[in-house]
Design a protein around this ligand. Structure first.
Ligand SMILES: [Zn+2]
Length: 212
């Protein structure tokens, strides 16, 4: 039975906590369902589409419906199927929408979805404090989720930066002598990330979940 959350009980998601994955999580991905605005689609609908493709279950871990209801999808303890090369170690959040009526990419998030997504992502970044937040389009040439996650959720992403700074300070305390500058520390992380991306390289046809 999926847990259903809406604006009225959304506070519980933070207070009671989300189910924390037994997998180590280093990335949280945002997707859209690649369906036209105003078309109400449920997590069970997507589950059926994905099962029809021969997958064992819905590819996403959370689905945010037009009315802001958050539905649980695949168990967070299992790898999702949403971004080839990045399914391991990630959590996938999908909001319903992402296309206009002509099936072109569009940020169609409703007000309840904006509210629900922010709260869900806030909760997820709390239980996975080292995870970084990304749009599918950062790792693919797809438009999904039809907006710029780094811009839209910079306050949540900056929280992650704060954790990097905290980590660095702990590092400095542990190894007072010979510590790099913070700039070097960030540079190293950025280079690691660039290398990772270079090895993986998703091409156009590799989007597993989003038809966009
Ligand atoms: Zn996607």
């Amino acid at each position: 039975m999926p847990v259903k959350l809406n604006q009225n009980n959304m506070a519980n998601i933070i207070l009671n906590g989300l189910t924390k994955s037994k997998r180590p999580i280093d990335r949280i991905f945002l997707h859209c369902s690649a369906t036209p605005e105003d078309r109400d689609v449920s997590g069970d609908d997507i589950r059926q589409w994905h099962k029809n493709k021969g997958w064992r279950d819905i590819g996403y871990h959370y689905v945010v419906r037009l009315d802001g209801t958050v539905e649980e999808g695949r168990s967070v303890n299992l790898d999702g199927a949403h971004a080839r090369g990045y399914n391991q170690g990630s959590i996938a959040v999908c909001y319903i929408g992402g296309l206009n009526k002509d099936f072109d990419p569009k940020d169609t998030r409703t007000e309840p979805q904006l509210y629900a997504l922010y709260n869900l992502l806030l909760g997820l970044t709390e239980i996975y404090p080292k995870a970084t937040l990304h749009g599918h389009n950062e790792f693919s040439s797809k438009a999904c989720p039809s907006f710029n996650v780094q811009e839209q959720y910079s306050s949540l992403i900056n929280k992650t930066t704060q954790i990097m700074i905290d980590d660095f300070q702990t590092d400095v305390q542990d190894h007072e002598e010979g510590a790099d500058s913070f700039a070097d520390f960030v540079n190293d992380l950025t280079e690691d990330k660039a290398n990772e991306n270079a090895v993986c390289g998703i091409d156009d046809d590799d989007c597993e979940a989003c038809g966009a």
